[in-house]
Design a protein around this ligand. Structure first.
Ligand SMILES: *[C@@H]1O[C@H](CO)[C@@H](O)[C@H](O)[C@H]1NC(C)=O
Ligand SMILES: *[C@@H]1O[C@H](CO)[C@@H](O)[C@H](O)[C@H]1NC(C)=O
Ligand SMILES: *[C@@H]1O[C@H](CO)[C@@H](O)[C@H](O)[C@H]1NC(C)=O
Ligand SMILES: *[C@@H]1O[C@H](CO)[C@@H](O)[C@H](O)[C@H]1NC(C)=O
Ligand SMILES: *[C@@H]1O[C@H](CO)[C@@H](O)[C@H](O)[C@H]1NC(C)=O
Length: 239
C-alpha cells in the first residue's frame, strides 16, 4: 500500500538544509517536487515560488520545481483556463509516472488555483469554464500528492474542512465549485489541501462585497511562513 509520505520518513527531518542551493526548475526525480501554477498576468514562477522556497530551505531532503506551462491570460477572453487545466493533468501525471517515489506538492495562486483544483476535482460547469469535466488526475496518482495549497482560489467552496485564512470559512469564490467537484476534492485531497482566502478578496470571497485587489495580492506576505510550515508537516518533515 502506497502511503503519501513513506519515502521521506527515513531522511534527517530535523537537519537544516546544508547545501544552500537555490530551488531549481527541473523534472528530475527528487524527494519533494513542487508543481507551481502562477496567477493571471504573472511571469513564471509567480507567487507560489516563495512558499516553495521556504519549504525547500526548511528541509535537507532533495527538492526542485516545475511551473505549469500555460498562458495565464484572462480566462474570460482566452483559452488560458482550458490549456492550463489540461497542462496540470499532463504535467502531474507525467512526473508521477516518471518519479513514483517522489512526493508532489502543488502550490497555486488565483487562476492557477482554478486550473489545479479543476484538474484534481473535475472542472467547468459555468458559462466561462464550459462543460463539466471529470478529474484529470486519477485516484492512483492522487496518492503521490502530499500537499495542495491554494491562494486566492476563484473556486473557493464554503464550509470545507481545509478552508484557511481570515474569516472566509463560509464564503464562495467567483466560480462556485459544483457539488460533485467538492466531493471529489474532499474525498481525494481533503486531508492534504489548504485553501487560503482573505476576507474581501473579490476572487475567493466576492460575497463579502469589497473586491479588494490589495487583499488578492497579499497572500505571500500574509501566509507564506505558516503555509510552508503546514506543508512540512504534511511531508512528515515538520518539527
Ligand atoms: C532560500 O534559500 C536560498 C538559498 O540560500 C535563498 O537564496 C532564498 O532567498 C531563500 N528563500 C527564502 C524564501 O527564504
Ligand atoms: C523550466 O524548464 C522548462 C523545461 O526546460 C522550460 O520550458 C521553462 O521555460 C522553464 N521555466 C523557467 C521559469 O525557467
Ligand atoms: C458541451 O456539451 C454539449 C452537449 O453535450 C456539446 O454539444 C458541446 O459541444 C460541448 N461543448 C464543448 C465546448 O465541449
Ligand atoms: C460568514 O460569517 C461571518 C461571521 O460569522 C458573517 O459576518 C458573514 O455574513 C458570513 N458570510 C456569509 C457569506 O455567510
Ligand atoms: C481580517 O479581515 C478583516 C475584514 O476584511 C480585516 O479588517 C482584518 O484586518 C483582517 N485581519 C487580518 C489579521 O488580516
Amino acid at each position: 500500500m502506497f502511503t503519501r509520505t513513506a519515502p521521506l520518513l527515513t531522511f534527517g527531518a530535523f537537519l537544516v538544509r546544508l547545501s544552500g542551493a537555490a530551488l531549481m526548475n527541473s523534472t528530475e526525480c527528487v524527494d519533494v517536487h513542487f508543481v507551481l501554477a502562477r496567477g493571471t498576468t504573472e511571469s513564471y514562477p509567480g507567487t507560489p515560488f516563495t512558499m516553495a522556497e521556504i519549504v525547500a530551505n526548511g528541509t535537507s531532503v532533495t527538492t526542485n520545481y516545475e511551473s505549469i506551462i500555460y498562458p495565464a491570460t484572462t480566462e474570460t477572453e482566452s483559452d488560458s483556463y482550458f490549456i492550463g487545466r489540461a497542462a496540470v493533468g499532463s504535467q502531474v501525471n507525467s512526473y508521477a509516472a516518471a518519479c513514483p517515489e517522489s512526493s508532489i506538492v502543488l502550490i497555486s495562486y488565483s487562476q492557477g488555483a482554478m486550473i489545479v483544483g479543476d484538474a484534481l476535482a473535475g472542472g467547468g460547469g459555468d458559462a466561462t469554464l464550459g462543460n463539466t469535466t471529470e478529474p484529470l488526475i486519477s485516484e492512483k496518482v492522487s496518492k503521490h500528492i502530499a500537499a495542495n495549497v491554494y491562494y486566492g482560489n476563484p473556486r473557493h467552496a464554503p464550509y470545507q474542512s481545509y478552508n484557511m485564512g481570515n474569516g472566509t470559512w463560509n464564503v464562495t469564490g467567483k466560480y462556485p465549485r459544483l457539488s460533485y467537484q467538492i466531493q471529489n476534492l474532499d474525498e481525494r485531497y481533503g486531508d492534504v489541501t489548504a485553501d487560503w482566502c482573505n476576507n474581501g478578496d473579490g476572487v475567493c470571497s466576492p460575497s463579502e462585497g469589497s473586491d479588494s485587489l490589495s487583499l488578492h495580492t497579499a497572500y505571500a506576505k500574509d501566509y507564506d511562513p505558516i503555509a510552508a510550515a503546514w506543508i512540512l508537516e504534511k511531508l512528515g518533515l515538520g518539527n
